[in-house]
Design a binder for this molecule. Structure first.
Ligand code: ZN
Length: 218
């Protein structure tokens, strides 16, 4: 079982489902040649895909092209079903940094056939996840700087203010489909600048005032 930790408050949650948004930043949707969707595009990663700071991503043998995507992670603290956007942030207990590891070659083949993405997005080690800061420590989750570097070289440098769907709207939308439980995590999409990592690379992902991850690739 994987846990999400909030060291500042000594809270721990068993991680439940991880609900992810695709194409939530217009510039990133464009760089992959995708249309900007009207409603959020959702997919899930299993909790078994989570690794922590310092753990290694292992690229599965069925892929030749593994991509990084730095994302703001939202940790749910109480059950949310059909919540409206105006009260949605009350259900958030913490914020963290995630990297949505994606087997782009596999995903593109699946997309072309209209098949689901799980094996491209949910494999073991596909979800590096930092510890969380308390939600109360983040004044505005849509005003955070997200960065990702490979071997010290900056690749992604974005801001959560560029999200198409903002955190309250995301929670309202998801909670009308899937009841959110304590320990569930939402990955909110990635800004532009995604690209490939190879065995031997080291990723550093950071969201200022939220957290940092250092993740080697093997
Ligand atoms: Zn993503």
């Amino acid at each position: 079982m994987k846990t999400a930790k909030i060291p500042a408050t000594n809270q721990q949650f068993l991680i439940g489902k991880i609900v992810c948004l695709a194409r939530n930043y217009a510039e990133h949707a464009k760089e992959l040649g995708n249309e900007t969707p009207a409603a959020p595009v959702l997919f899930m990663k299993p909790a078994s895909s989570v690794i922590g700071d310092g753990d290694a991503v292992r690229i599965p043998p069925y892929s030749q092209e593994c991509h990084y995507e730095v994302e703001l992670a939202v940790l749910i603290g109480k059950q949310a079903r059909n919540v409206t956007a105006d009260i949605a942030l009350e259900y958030v207990v913490g914020y963290g940094v995630a990297i949505d590891m994606t087997l782009r070659d596999v995903q593109n083949q699946l997309k072309a056939k209209g098949l689901p993405w799980e094996i491209a997005k949910g494999f073991d080690t596909a979800c590096p996840l930092s510890d969380f800061v308390p939600a109360s420590a983040v004044a505005d989750p849509n005003a955070l700087k997200l960065k990702l570097a490979i071997n010290g070289e900056m690749r992604q440098n974005g801001t959560s203010s560029d999200m198409i769907n903002r955190i309250p709207q995301i929670i309202a939308h998801i909670s009308a489909i899937f009841t959110l439980e304590p320990g569930d995590v939402i990955l909110t999409g990635t800004p532009a600048g995604v690209g490939q990592v190879r065995a031997g690379d080291v990723m550093t992902a950071e969201i200022l005032s939220v957290g940092r991850l250092t993740i080697p690739v093997s």
